[in-house]
Design a protein around this ligand. Structure first.
Ligand code: NAP
Length: 496
């Protein structure tokens, strides 16, 4: 008999609460349709209560020394490490990525919390010389206040932790709204911080739709910063509305990431890269390889190698370690991906493999799309728009210059990759590819928490997550002048 779905409340002021009169929604396993857990469909007044709790907790959390805040984060990392297998399985059941990737999602969260705990003993400002004598100048970092963390479903424990751990170590208090599709993972993240002893009100959790809960968070004037990861259209809307109140809005948005394979590349290595990049997480990574740009000299050979491997791909139950690719995350995702496949056919792309919904047997109750390869012309919608599914556009180019031109000619700029054995070309690509991230002889996916993460063009608005760069997103820099001359000194005006 299936286990009774868990029922979660909201987490406000250190307590799990179910406000009177609220409706509920559930999340389901995209491989089986099984109901997993149910959640409160938050209302604007619930957001108001959560922001009030965060605001109340702010002065004490701000005054807590950063190394002490770091100790709580280290406890959170330890709790999550202890629960890694359990939470990794929840990730796979709720989001559909294969179990090795479910565990990887949780590992990334652990790594990041530990990294940020260490930042508690740095949080460095600068000392900078004054132009005047007997005057000392420095910068110190201060928290922004109440911040909203709004997250997508594709990395349902890693991305929330990228935001939460960074915001907490800097002394901010938080209202966290997870993607509705992966609210169970979101609730487990909150339980980890609760178990680690985060004080009441420092981290609050409100589930519910973006249109209601997300909107209310963006609109509340007490929320001073918004850290948002999601689609371009939603991000643009959040940015515009946040700007009306002059909030800091940090955006991590979509991608259309190229892997370039040059004629001198180590082809078997490039093949492994594209398989992992394009079909890992069923192509639902912001850094997924969605364009394969092949030099004409190796085009036919490489495409043949690719097709042979994809033909052996096992699509199925993501809990089964022998499975290469699980379902896509939801009915909406499946619909959008199948629509793009239809667009690709209409545009005259040659469907090389896949292109269908998988049905029957183990696929009957889930959202499964076959790994899909299209030969496309650069400029087609398939080759330029983010699909966010297991659909790879293959594009032929005649040389390196054309490869880079094609790679750069999209609205996005998150990740990029080139396979070549020519060191000069590798360094040129590092310089010339318009993206926040470039991999040389590695796939477009593979972020590590100690390095900045983010993109250019429509992928974001200039900020970076992860690494020490994340600290910039969650702190204000205060400039301090200490004059110990015991007289009024005037910068720019005193005789020189
Ligand atoms: P999404 O539809 O934009 O949703 C993202 C989050 O925003 C969800 O929590 C959603 O809530 C919420 N939301 C929706 N409408 C809102 C509104 N009006 N105001 C405030 N919040 C609102 O994106 P998604 O489908 O979850 O994620 C896929 C996208 O994320 C892709 O484009 C992918 O490239 C991008 N992504 C980017 C990165 C990166 O780091 N660059 C990483 C991962 C994913 P509901 O779930 O309740 O709708």
């Amino acid at each position: 008999m299936a286990a009774e779905p868990q029922k979660f409340g909201l987490f406000i002021g250190g307590k799990w609460v179910t406000p009177k009169g609220t409706q509920r929604f559930s999340t389901r396993n995209p491989a089986t349709g099984e109901e997993l857990a149910s959640f409160v469909a938050g209302r604007p007044e619930d957001v108001t209560a959560a922001v009030s709790a965060a605001q109340k907790a702010f002065p004490e959390w701000r005054a807590t020394p950063a190394p002490k805040r770091g100790e709580i984060l280290l406890r959170a990392a330890a709790v999550l490490r202890e629960r890694k297998e359990e939470v990794g399985r929840i990730v796979t059941r709720e989001m559909g990525k294969v179990i090795a990737e479910g565990r990887g999602d949780v590992q990334e969260a652990i790594d990041f919390i530990e990294y940020m705990a260490g930042e508690g003993r740095r949080l460095a400002g600068e000392t900078i010389p004054s132009e005047l004598r007997s005057k000392f100048c420095l910068t110190v970092r201060q928290p922004k206040g109440v911040v909203a963390c709004i997250t997508p479903w594709n990395f349902p424990t890693a991305i929330p932790n990228w935001k939460i751990a960074a915001a907490l170590i800097c002394g901010n208090t938080i209202v966290f709204k997870p993607a509705s599709n992966t609210a169970y993972c979101g609730a487990e993240v909150v339980k980890v911080y609760e178990a680690a002893g985060v004080p009441p009100g420092v981290l609050n959790f409100v589930t519910g739709s973006g249109a209601i809960v997300g909107n209310a968070l963006v609109a509340d004037p007490r929320v001073r910063a918004i850290s948002f990861t999601g689609g371009v259209e939603t991000g643009r809307d959040v940015y515009v509305r946040g700007a009306q109140q002059l909030k800091m809005v940090h955006l991590e948005l979509g991608g259309k990431n190229p892997e370039i394979v040059m004629d001198d590349a180590e082809l078997p290595l490039a093949l492994e890269g594209v398989l992992f990049g394009a079909f890992g997480t069923s192509g639902q990574r912001c850094t997924a390889t969605s364009r394969l740009i092949l030099h004409e000299k190796i085009y036919d050979e490489f495409l043949k190698m690719l097709v042979e491997r994809v033909d052996r791909f096992v699509v199925g139950d993501p809990m089964d370690p022998k499975v290469d690719m699980g379902p896509v995350a939801s009915a909406d995702q499946e619909k959008k991906i199948l629509e793009y496949i239809a667009i690709g056919k209409k545009e005259g792309g040659r469907l090389v493999r896949g292109g269908t919904k998988l049905t029957g047997g183990p696929y009957e109750k889930g959202f499964f799309v076959a790994p899909t390869i299209f030969e496309t012309k650069h400029g087609s919608r398939l080759s330029k728009e983010e699909i966010f599914g297991p659909v790879l556009s293959v594009i032929k180019v005649k040389d390196y210059a054309e490869a880079v031109r094609v790679a750069n000619d999209v609205d996005y700029g998150l990740s990029s990759s080139i396979y070549t054995r020519d060191v000069n070309r590798a360094f040129r690509a590092m310089d010339e590819l318009e993206a926040g991230i470039t991999y040389i002889n590695a796939p477009t996916i593979g972020a590590e928490v100690q390095l900045p993460f983010g993109g250019v063009k429509n992928t974001g608005n200039g900020g970076r997550e992860a690494g020490s760069a994340a600290i910039d997103e969650f702190t204000e820099l205060k400039t301090v002048f200490v004059d110990f001359s015991r007289r009024l000194q005037k910068a720019q005006i005193d005789p020189r």
